[in-house]
Design a protein around this ligand. Sequence first.
Ligand SMILES: [Zn+2]
Length: 277
Amino acid sequence: MSEPDVVLNASRRSAIERVVDTRLPTVHGELRAVGDLDGATGHEQVALVCGEVGEGREVLTRVHSECLTGDVFGSNHCECGDQLASALRAIVAASAGVLVYLRGHEGRGIGLLAKLQAMRLQDEGLDTVEANLALGLPSDARDYRVAAEILHDLGVGSVRLLSNNPRKLDALRRYGVDVVERVPLLIPPNDENLRYLRTKRERLGHQLPHLDEIAAGAGAGAGAGTAPAPPPARNGQRPSAASAASVSANEVTRLARTSLPFSADASEGRPTTPDSV
Ligand SMILES: [Zn+2]
């Protein structure tokens, strides 16, 4: 492996200031909310922490880009809400882990209103990459410096990263995060997000092998549990280490398929609706 071209180390001052560390009971379990102010951007950032992670190795970690529409409104346009909930369930199931919720990452970094404009363009036929470019914006403007600083500040030594996005691993490694493994976070697609997910795989390099189970051009089979069972990790991914404190890739997939407490469709057996990478 080549040396990272940017490394977070003692010679590089962190831009974050720890403001608060408080208990946060959630539907997923007992967490801590650790709040930092990012002096470089002015963003207020929050990491949700489960268990003891200080000096921890191979900590199950999700670095989640904020998505108001998916995370809060339950939009089916993307899979962000499902991924957020699935990651928290996996972290709680492992009894230790971190979810860094990155503000300023709406629409892969183009902002909320531009993302909504891009969604309108996608309804007119552009794909998610073309839509950003048509607005004169980058297809992915996200920066992961602050995530690396937060993990460093929490004392996390190395991470097993819940993500389908190899570029995110590369970006975190460039900032000095020791990513020992990528743990897939596969969400069954729906009719609304299938094209979006295919674009993410084909144009942005996301590893979404479960889409292979759906015939080209076919819908995702809205409802009735027709979404395929995601296969075990493949394409050379290293299977998850099966330690008592870890959650396997298959387990994360299973957790991803469990009903969400706020999913109106859960009783119908549809893929859970409320997820990002
Ligand atoms: Zn989203």
